[in-house]
Design a protein around this ligand. Structure first.
Ligand code: ADP
Ligand code: AMP
Length: 289
């Protein structure tokens, strides 16, 4: 249902095309005016007036639509921009300094957000969570991607990369303009296409911080979080789907970076501060902090 790319939203409403086609076909095909009712002159005379009125009404409706309600709402993100193609954004003529990107991966509930918050406090990283950005876009009034994002999140599916990468790009540019260069990109890339596109069009990832966690532990954490989070996907049904997506779609990304010796694995089934100590010592070892 949502398989088409977001760009198709500019297709005009069906009701309008029907109106326009009707007018065209009635003008260009003479038999159109005689298609129903009695044949001959009598039939033509009987139908000429109502069909003309119908045509006038359709023209009026088309004109009204064009000037009133068919303009697409102003998109809050632009999926036609150079999301997929193009040279890396950082560094570039416009953004001359390189940025440092650490990808943070791990199953749902493994503690990515918790650990990122601590790193932000102690080491002044900017924390960008793909999930948070998507939820924010979803609840932005007038966002044309709201329903689409909502559906993907509830189903535990990967939101199309055009949307996710554009949201990340916007956030990175905003932070770059404020002088920030160190980013923890949390919950991203969750699919190979994202990994390849992001590294081609935004920046390479210096390191991947990967939290290993037994599914049972993540399940309990998420059910617990669900009591207060208000998230539409912190329920048993969605959690199971998220686990499946993680194994099938996101683990290949971890393996891809592991082959490049970029992955740092941390066991997250320990108290928060213990996990954090492991993270910090690994970051120091790799000269990230
Ligand atoms: P993620 O961002 O990976 O989905 P969160 O950081 O939101 O995960 O953590 C999920 C839940 O588990 C939260 O309620 C959090 O407080 C809790 N949590 C995170 N890390 C730990 C930990 N090491 N031990 C126990 N609970 C944790
Ligand atoms: P999270 O907040 O990381 O638990 O993510 C919640 C949901 O947001 C996921 O189950 C996906 O539906 C969506 N999502 C998060 N990160 C991404 C991503 N990198 N790409 C696509 N969808 C994502």
């Amino acid at each position: 249902m949502f398989a088409t790319k977001p760009g198709v939203r500019f297709v005009r409403p069906v009701v309008k095309s029907i109106g326009r086609n009707q007018i065209l076909s009635c003008r260009s095909i003479p038999s159109c005016h005689y298609s129903t009712g009695a044949g001959g002159q009598g039939g033509k005379a009987n139908h000429f007036l109502p069909l003309t009125l119908l045509g006038v009404a359709a023209v009026g409706l088309t004109y009204y639509n064009m000037n009133n309600n068919t303009k697409p709402p102003t998109p809050s993100i632009d999926p036609t921009s150079s999301t997929i193609q193009g040279s890396p954004l950082f560094p570039s003529e416009k953004y001359p300094e390189a940025i440092n990107v650490v990808f943070v991966l791990g199953g749902p509930g493994s503690g990515k957000g918790t650990q990122c918050s601590k790193l932000v406090k102690d080491y002044k990283f900017v924390h960008l969570s793909a999930g948070d950005l998507l939820r924010k876009e979803k609840s932005t009034p007038g966002s044309e991607f709201g329903d689409l994002i909502d559906h993907y999140i509830k189903e535990g599916l990967i939101v199309p990369q055009e949307i996710t990468i554009q949201l990340l790009k916007n956030a990175i540019v905003e932070q770059y303009d404020k002088g920030n260069r160190k980013f923890l990109v949390d919950g991203f890339p969750r699919k190979m296409d994202q990994a390849l596109s992001f590294e081609k069009t935004v920046s390479e990832g210096k390191l991947v911080l990967y939290f290993q966690c037994p599914e049972e532990v993540m399940l309990q954490r998420l059910l617990n979080r669900g009591k207060t989070s208000g998230r539409s996907d912190d329920n048993l049904e969605s959690i199971k789907k998220r686990f499946t997506t993680f194994i099938q779609t996101s683990m290949p990304v971890v393996e891809y970076f592991d082959d490049q010796h970029k992955v740092v694995k941390v066991d997250c089934n320990e108290p928060v501060d213990d996990v954090y100590n492991h993270v910090v010592s690994q970051f120091k070892e790799k000269n990230i902090i």
